[in-house]
Design a protein around this ligand. Structure first.
Ligand code: PLP
Length: 399
């Protein structure tokens, strides 16, 4: 019998699936389930995006496209990043992929050989670990618990970079915590980064349009332009424009890296589809009012979620300032019982909460922080208060 490649064995199914599967079963059995588990924005893009896609269909060339992305999309992205404070980038500095996930995968292939080290803060987006495992990179997670607001400290970064990892991967705003680094915090980390020239820096900033409280979006290159020749900025249309299913991810960085990813595209995907590219241009270059309105709405929801979680005795929830997640420390529940069920850890907590109250959240261990759980608050508005109420009741019932 032939064997699968070794790398497939290193790719483990995520703990998220345990809860997702259970939620599906309960729903199929007729239970009233509210899902706070999926990281999707739950809104649709503006009409101009659909109009551009329809127009592209009417003029479809039926051809393969450019490995780097259509020139119109490259230019729209350059305009978009200029507005984010990245100036002086040219077409040769950008490339595209089927979502930021594929960009990150391509970057891992382009930057990491088997056995190379990649460092990133924990909690982390699950896929960082999965991709690194498949590539065969050595992961160096940097623990950033709730006591430090889930944020990486400059000393931690310095200690990690002293080991000369090949790649440092940074995510701001963060999935799963919703944390956003201030300008001063980014500046302090950038001051450390400049001291370690042997490490590539990948900033996954796909939630940059969803930042609250006037904190503003800041990137290391804004503070330390000399980092530009080894920093890769990763973006996506998924969360910013309510377009996760359109699968558009983008990067800007050194020419050598953009070229490497473009070359990998020629083996992996060839190009983005023409209709998708036209919609992406309209999203990036067109009116931004849907995105701005959604950002305001998410900030209001954050207030509601944060107030409810903070009112639960023993639960510690660092205040999120971006994306659409909250990541409370729920470890006060460990060792307690709900009815007949003994709760020992985050996975047991989320499974019991789902069983007892019909609310699906993701155990923190999926993100490398087993004291916490992730709440994604983009569910239909009418479900949010009932979900929070049920979580509050659940904690009150623990003995
Ligand atoms: N990076 C982070 C931090 C994410 O949360 C996600 C999606 O959830 C992605 C990248 C991937 O986004 P895309 O839909 O563009 O593949």
């Amino acid at each position: 019998m032939p064997q699968l490649a070794g790398r497939v064995g290193r790719a483990k199914p995520s703990t998220i699936m345990v809860i997702a599967q259970k939620a599906r079963q309960l729903k199929a059995a007729g239970r009233d389930i509210i899902s706070l588990s999926v990281g999707v924005p739950n809104f649709l893009p503006g009409d101009h995006v659909y109009a551009a896609a329809r127009d592209a269909l009417d003029h479809d060339s039926g051809q393969y496209g450019n490995n780097r992305g259509s020139e119109a999309l490259q230019d729209a992205f350059l305009g978009h990043i200029e507005a984010l404070g990245f100036s002086g980038y040219q077409r040769a500095n950008v490339s595209m992929g089927i979502g930021a996930k594929q960009i990150l995968y391509n970057l891992a292939e382009a930057l990491l050989d088997e056995g190379d080290e990649i460092a990133f803060a924990a909690p982390y987006w699950t896929t960082y670990r999965d991709i690194s495992d498949i590539i065969g990179a050595r992961i160096h997670p940097l623990p950033c618990g709730p006591q430090q607001n889930y944020k990486l400290a400059p000393e931690q970064l310095g200690a990690a970079l002293a080991r000369k990892p090949k790649v440092f991967l940074f995510n701001n705003p963060s999935n799963p915590t919703g944390m956003v680094y201030t300008r001063d915090e980014i500046a302090a980390l950038a001051d450390v980064l400049v001291k370690y020239p042997d490490t590539w820096i990948v900033t996954d900033d796909i939630y940059a349009a969803m930042i609250f409280d006037g904190v503003g979006y800041h990137n290391f290159v804004h503070l330390r332009p000399e980092l530009r020749d080894r920093l890769i900025f990763v973006d996506s249309l998924s969360k910013t424009y309510g377009m996760p299913g359109w699968r558009v991810g983008l990067l800007a960085g050194p020419e050598s890296v953009a070229k490497a990813v473009t070359t990998l595209n020629s083996s992996h995907i060839t190009s983005l589809p023409e209709v998708v590219s036209a919609a992406a241009v309209a999203a990036l270059a067109g009116p931004q009012d849907v995105t701005r309105a959604k950002c305001r709405e998410f900030a209001e929801r954050r207030d509601v979620v944060y107030a409810a979680l903070s009112a639960i005795p023993g639960v510690v929830c660092p205040r999120p300032q971006g994306a659409f997640y909250a990541f409370p420390d729920i470890s006060v529940a460990f060792g307690k019982r709900h009815g007949d069920v003994q709760i020992t850890d985050d996975v047991g907590f989320c499974a019991t909460l789902l069983d007892a109250k019909g609310v699906a959240c993701v155990p923190g261990s999926a993100f490398g922080e087993p004291r916490s759980m992730r709440i994604s608050y983009t569910c239909p508005a009418a479900q949010l208060q009932p979900a929070l109420q049920r979580i509050t009741e659940f904690f009150a019932e623990l003995a």
